[in-house]
Design a protein around this ligand. Structure first.
Ligand code: SAH
Ligand code: SF4
Ligand code: F3S
Length: 442
């Protein structure tokens, strides 16, 4: 056993979804509380936490090359912890394949990192991939994050079992964090400067709980309670499943001003045959109806989505149905992926796996359509007046960057500060951003 000294500096690198970003922040806060300091950009860290993603093969394989890259010129390595979804799914394999890894810690166990680090420093190799329901959050220190826009995980896990997806296995069953804890965390984030909070969950709209008076509430109720925090200006949530989009949540989009007009609602495919094979339990038609109702409640809402091309058995006609739903919805933004077979998921062993060439071709055609639509969306917002939340300085002198209500990046000049809400007119649409003219401080 090689003994190393207790680490003094750390770096947490997060990959994958926003929930990993959130977990990474909380790990950093936990390590900070232990007296460790975040290593400066470019500096060597004593401890490196790789907070990994298992969603597609490429993401998962990246871990091993990242571990290799951590080796220093003198042959030594920092203390390496692999966290996140690859840790959960392949903990043993990582320990066997990568001898430099000292700790493997799952997404539900990272509150125990201090003890693990202690043992790893004494030479042990430690794995903790337990999935205790709800133990983690109570054991973490209070939030320290200071930023105009903050993430807040309200729900974790997934019971949907889409046949292609690893998340139900890496993150476990759906659980909702208690209402009181969320209000407390939100208050603290706002006190520390957050003007915008994005509520996170693998199925965030499945969140439920009891409010302060013991009444059962859903995500809409939580949104309404948060909207009462005076200094909080904006609320967002992601990611939602179509089947958990309740009437009350749809109504909230029309009634709660602080709830931003943006909805990320993945459909994955436009073919009912493929949707059934994916176990999505919605149809193309029911999804389209749902979006229509959301748009009735909030006509200017921007819709974004996720798509998978090349799911096993996807025919050219199935793919044409996907292009057709894209045309029908008119997405403001979207993510699209080639199907990646994941170990242990039902789809991985289905017949009729699609060739790489076909997937490449379909992805290209789909992305062309999605890019066309996001440009069209941006162009359609030119001339609108809206508030932009200032997030950082731009590349040019005096330039600032911020987000519109529709989650577009907008840049403008003037005398502002991070966290300001600035009233602007949107002027020019570029592929990935808009220029804006400042009207007055909102
Ligand atoms: N819970 C969310 C997001 C899950 S992961 C939801 O259901 O929408 C984010 C996206 O990754 C999914 O929406 C899906 O489009 C994509 N994805 C998941 N598993 C995949 C796989 N095996 N291959 C390719 N894309 C996948
Ligand atoms: Fe994965 Fe489906 Fe759950 Fe989303 S809803 S996390 S795609 S199983
Ligand atoms: Fe990846 Fe896990 Fe998120 S697999 S997408 S980091 S839930």
């Amino acid at each position: 056993m090689t003994k190393v000294s207790i680490p003094r500096t750390f770096r947490v690198k997060s990959f994958g979804c926003q929930m990993n970003v959130y977990d990474g922040e909380r790990m950093a806060e936990l390590l900070g509380e232990q007296g460790m300091a975040a290593a400066e950009e470019g500096d060597d860290a004593d401890l490196v936490v790789l907070n990994t993603c298992h969603i597609r093969e490429k993401a998962a394989e990246k871990v091993y090359s990242d571990i290799g890259r951590l080796k220093r010129e003198d042959g030594t390595s920092p203390l390496i912890a692999v966290a996140g979804c690859v840790a959960q799914a392949e903990g043993e394999e990582i320990m066997a394949r990568a001898k430099d890894v000292r700790m493997v810690v799952g997404p539900q166990a990272y509150h125990r990192l201090p003890d693990m680090i202690d043992r790893a420093s004494k030479g042990e190799r430690v794995t903790d991939t337990d999935m205790p329901a709800d133990a983690k959050f109570g054991a973490l220190p209070a939030r320290r994050k200071r930023a105009p826009s903050a993430f807040l995980t309200v729900q974790e896990g997934c019971d949907k079992f889409c046949t292609y997806c690893v998340v139900p296995y890496t993150r476990g069953a759906e659980i909702s964090r208690p209402f009181a804890d969320l209000i407390e965390e939100a208050r603290r984030l706002v006190y520390q400067g957050a003007r915008e909070i994005t509520l996170l969950g693998q199925n965030v709209n499945a969140w439920d709980g009891e409010d302060a008076k013991g009444r059962k509430i859903g995500l809409d109720g939580l949104v309404r309670e948060l909207a009462a925090l005076p200094d909080l200006a904006r609320i967002r949530y992601t990611t939602s499943h179509p089947n958990d989009m309740s009437d009350a949540l749809i109504a909230a989009h029309g009634e709660v001003d602080k709830l931003m007009p943006y909805l990320h609602l993945p459909v994955q495919s436009g073919s009912d045959r493929v949707l059934a094979a994916m176990n999505r339990s919605h149809t193309a038609e029911s999804y389209i109806r749902l979006i229509e109702r959301v748009r009735e409640a909030r006509p200017d809402i921007a819709i974004s989505g996720d798509f998978i091309v090349g799911f096993p058995g996807e025919s050219e006609q199935d793919f044409a149905d996907t292009l057709s739903i894209v045309d029908t919805i008119g997405y403001a933004a979207a993510f699209s992926f080639k199907y990646s077979p994941r170990p242990g998921t039902p789809a991985a062993t289905m017949e009729d796996q699609i060739t790489r060439e076909v997937m490449d071709d379909r992805l290209q055609r789909l992305q062309a359509a999605l890019t066309r639509d996001s440009h069209a969306f941006n162009r359609a917002t030119v001339g609108r007046t809206c508030d932009v939340l200032v997030e950082r300085t731009g590349r040019r002198e005096g330039q600032w960057l911020g987000k519109t209500p529709w989650l577009q990046s907008a840049y403008f000049t003037g005398d502002h500060a991070v966290g300001d809400l600035v009233r602007v007119e949107l002027m020019d649409a570029n592929p990935n951003s808009l220029s804006a003219r400042v009207l007055q401080l909102a």
